[in-house]
Ligand binder design. Sequence first.
Ligand code: 3PG
Length: 214
Amino acid sequence: MSALSHVLQGPALLPIIQAEVPSTAVAIAKAMQQGGIGSVEVVLRTPKALDCISAIRSALPELLVGAGTILSAADAQAAKDAGAQFLVSPASTPKLLQAMLDTGLALAPGVSTPSEIALALEMGVRELKFFPANLSGGSAMLKALSSIFQQVRFCPTGGISQQNLAEYLALPNVFVVGGSWISPASAIASGDWAQITALSHQACSLARQLKQAA
Ligand code: 3PG
């Protein structure tokens, strides 16, 4: 298994794509790529999410495409079969972690407590999604965790936007920041791909600036 941080492409951002049909998923991904994004996470929250992953892989081969909202062993395998290049989950249990590891893909299982972090470490996973970031203590919690879990790095998601992105990107124990603010539901509904490109561009500028400084 490669570490997710070694696999990710582009600035330290992992925007979420949630789409009902593959053509919309491709349009969102293309808009993000045009704004400088190199890696995306397609969440398994719509009936056609797996088809969305496959469609983005074939339409935009230079983009790195992962699957999010992995909740079971079946999800992990189905995402891999659809072409997902990495896996993200909102939660961690021994069974779910093992199933994600068994795919051989890079991964970021979700945690929000010290005990969940300890569980992931016991299973050899050191790059973790911190979710829901804002409600779980935000950047202050990540700072507190950094002195205890010195070998762990996080992908915070949940409640992050252009307004508070900088406080997460500035933390040395954050390797990438994720979320849905780059593809607002209103922009998707109206087909405003230019807005998604503009939001991607803004976030990428900040990420390039702050991750180099961190
Ligand atoms: C996730 O799946 O990581 C979250 O839904 C992201 O949360 P957000 O929608 O608040 O960015």
